[in-house]
Design a protein around this ligand. Structure first.
Ligand code: IPE
Ligand code: IPE
Ligand code: MG
Length: 235
């Protein structure tokens, strides 16, 4: 596989934790716990392949509408996840960043995020971007609001607004667009994930539920990507 065949940025919709648990007669919570373990597989695969960016859809804006008990379990798991990842990310030279409405998360999670982000800020092998309380429509709306504020203060004029202006006001401003989108559990939809940024991404849908998705599956998705011919509207 040549270097150019390796995506620079992989985005993953980590779906199917509940179904994984249900198939085993376990509570949904157990599926989320197993799903958190799968993150290591994807991170290690990125490090093996030299992929510098990975975005993981961990909790959507719409996921707040789930039963209170499940949301609470997910928040607790997130806090535990961040506690263990701090150390692992330092060992592996991995940097943590987040996108989404972090202010909606419990204070304990926000504190952990700030800590791990700060500790890993100088790491260079891989950037792991966690999408938390993330919704693409919410993100684009907030970006539009920030641009409108700049127009109202005279910092920006309407004629100056370009595609780049919009991109620079999104949560993802500092990251390249994903080249490859992976969704697990056999679902073919975006579920409000990175609508702007995925404009020209290649899609890979795996039938496996997220807790079963391992390093080998990740390598397979990248190998499939490397065989695609991306045209970007040209010939
Ligand atoms: C994905 O698994 C994880 C989150 C959305 C937090 P699900 O919880 O959506 O699992 P299924 O889709 O019900 O199987
Ligand atoms: C998308 O999965 C969100 C995450 C994986 C975090 P969902 O399970 O919430 O999406 P829908 O409901 O199937 O569209
Ligand atoms: Mg789901």
């Amino acid at each position: 596989m040549s270097d150019s065949a390796i995506p620079r940025h992989v985005a993953i919709i980590m779906d199917g934790n509940g179904r994984w648990a249900q198939a085993r007669g376990l509570p949904r919570k157990a599926g989320h716990r197993a799903g958190a373990e799968s993150v290591r597989e994807a991170v290690d695969a990125c490090l093996d392949l030299g992929i510098p960016f990975i975005t993981l859809y961990a909790f959507s804006s719409e996921n707040w509408s789930r039963p209170e008990k499940e949301v609470a379990a997910l928040m607790k798991l997130l806090e535990q996840f961040l506690k263990t990842k701090g150390k692992e990310f330092m060992q592996k030279n991995v940097r943590l960043r987040t996108i989404g409405q972090i202010e909606r998360l419990p204070a304990s999670c926000r504190a952990q995020i700030a800590q791990v982000e700060q500790d890993t800020a100088q790491n260079t092998a891989l950037t792991v971007i966690l999408a938390l309380s993330y919704g693409s429509r919410e993100e684009i709306t907030a970006s539009t609001r920030r641009i409108a504020e700049k127009i109202s203060t005279g910092e920006l004029s309407p004629e100056e607004i370009s595609k780049e202006t919009l991109a620079q006001h999104l949560d993802t401003a500092e990251f390249p667009d994903p080249d490859l989108l992976i969704r697990t559990s056999g679902e073919f939809r975006l579920s409000n994930f990175l609508l702007w940024q995925l404009s020209y991404a290649e899609f890979f849908v795996s039938e496996k539920n997220w807790p079963d998705f391992n390093k080998g599956d990740f390598h397979e998705a990248v190998a499939d990507y490397s065989r695609r011919h991306r045209r970007f509207g040209g010939l």
